[in-house]
Design a protein around this ligand. Structure first.
Ligand SMILES: Cc1cc2nc3c(=O)[nH]c(=O)nc-3n(C[C@H](O)[C@H](O)[C@H](O)COP(=O)(O)OP(=O)(O)OC[C@H]3O[C@@H](n4cnc5c(N)ncnc54)[C@H](O)[C@@H]3O)c2cc1C
Length: 391
């Protein structure tokens, strides 16, 4: 078997890359370890930056997103019982889109299959071969059969726990890792959102976040311990804690309903440099992860593959490696901006273990600054809606 670009992973990075390449006339095969049903149901991100939505529209992949997604023009920040609004669109001219990652993945898979693009689910034991040579390949097992795909290039889009990153020799990659001293307990609940805008809360008991996925489904998060036992959180305890942490003194009420799903996610920052070795390019969570606070992970994945598709398209069109040679530098500039923003926002909104009264005062001063001055609110808003792709 042969293809031009072998893509490992059918998450947002791998699937958007496959579509971007197809639009440039470059063929690819996508290999995914999980089943189609699994990747289409995995509940994760929900905030799409302005640029991500524009890119999907340009690819003709935003029809359902435009119909069912919710445009948000502002973000709420709560502390000391008061609600403050950062007017994203007034400050930047841009908005964000609320659309579940699993819905986006469904759209991307359906469009890929409809266009006849090859995507193999439930393959096993992926190994990358010859990435330092001009004829790399992907070996894997499919239903017990050993297969190999010869390709010109390999895109490692297999997420944080994938195998691609480790194909770069350890001595040739630097890894930057930071584990935050808290985790998020997230629920999906069958109840309309209490507020039509994503709302962050800083409370002495810890952080909370009110978000949603549709007019009927809410997504809510609570700061918990990194090793939190989910069994210690019956639904009523979760709602009680959300009511406390999100409360305002103006009579706002939390909308509650049956919990459909719950889980605990670690908060971590990770970056590998460079994001390329020989004929292998890493994209998305395979190369970097951010704490979910800034809602940047999926958007970074899309920004990476946009550069990668441009570089591969140019190589097939003219043989030039100019863009490919600059891939890591271009992506990492944006990645580190998002890392900094996500860490800063996390630090401002979470209760830190062992924090003292002085540190709490500093946190409060940052919150006052962001919610009380236009210049700080504008900087927050620019980061939140996302920097332009050519930044
Ligand atoms: C709770 C939570 C909330 C989040 N909220 C947001 C948000 O609001 N906004 C935002 O932008 N981001 C958010 N994120 C982050 C976002 O979900 C990720 O950054 C995004 O999924 C990255 O996409 P990806 O394609 O790089 O990786 P993934 O989505 O992880 O996809 C990788 C794919 O590769 C497959 N794979 C793995 N190993 C192999 C292998 N060996 N062979 C073949 N296939 C393999 C996996 O099964 C998977 O399908 C959130 C994450 C979490 C956990």
């Amino acid at each position: 078997m042969r293809t031009q670009v072998g893509i490992v992973g059918a998450g947002p990075a791998g699937l958007v890359l496959a579509h971007l390449l197809a639009a440039r006339g470059v063929e690819s095969i996508v290999l995914e370890a999980r089943s189609r049903a699994y990747v289409e149901q995995r509940v994760r991100a929900g905030v799409l930056e302005h640029g991500t939505v524009e890119l999907l529209r340009d690819l003709g992949l935003a029809e359902r997103l435009d119909r069912e997604g919710i445009v948000d023009h502002g973000v709420g920040i709560r502390f000391d019982g008061r609600h403050h609004r950062v007017p994203l669109t007034d400050l930047t001219g841009k908005s964000i889109f609320i659309y579940g990652q699993q819905e986006l993945v469904k759209d991307l898979v359906a469009a890929r299959l409809e266009a006849g693009g090859e995507t193999r689910f439930e393959i096993e034991d992926v190994r990358l071969e010859g990435i330092g040579s001009a004829s790399p390949g992907i070996r894997y097992s499919d239903g017990g059969r050993d297969e190999r795909i010869d390709c010109d290039w390999i895109a490692g889009c297999d997420g944080f726990h994938g195998v691609s990153r480790s194909a770069i020799p350890a001595g040739l990659r630097a890894e930057y890792d930071h584990v935050f001293p808290f985790a998020w307990l997230g629920i999906l609940a069958a109840t309309p959102p209490s507020s039509q805008e994503v709302t962050y809360a800083r409370h002495d008991r810890g952080f909370a976040l009110q978000s949603f996925r549709s007019p009927e489904i809410s997504r809510l998060y609570l700061q918990v311990e990194p090793d939190e036992d989910l069994g210690a959180w019956p639904d009523e305890r979760i709602w009680e804690e959300l009511r406390t942490r999100l409360a305002t003194d103006d009579g706002w009420r939390l909308s509650e309903g049956p919990v459909l799903e719950k889980g605990v996610s670690a908060m971590r920052s990770f970056v590998v440099e460079p994001m390329q070795h020989g004929r292998l390019f890493l994209a998305g969570d395979a190369a970097h992860i951010v704490p979910a606070t800034g809602a940047k992970g999926l958007n970074l994945a899309v920004a990476d593959v946009r550069v990668l598709a441009e570089g591969l398209g140019e190589w097939y069109a003219s043989g030039s490696t100019e863009v490919l040679d600059d891939y890591s530098r271009r992506c990492l500039r944006r990645v580190w901006r998002a890392e900094e923003f996500s860490a800063w926002l996390s630090g401002m909104l979470h209760r830190m273990p062992g924090e003292n009264a002085f540190e709490r005062r500093l946190q409060r001063a940052r919150l006052d600054w962001v919610t009380g001055t236009e210049s700080a609110a504008r900087a927050f808003a620019q980061n939140y809606v996302g920097f332009p792709f050519d930044w």
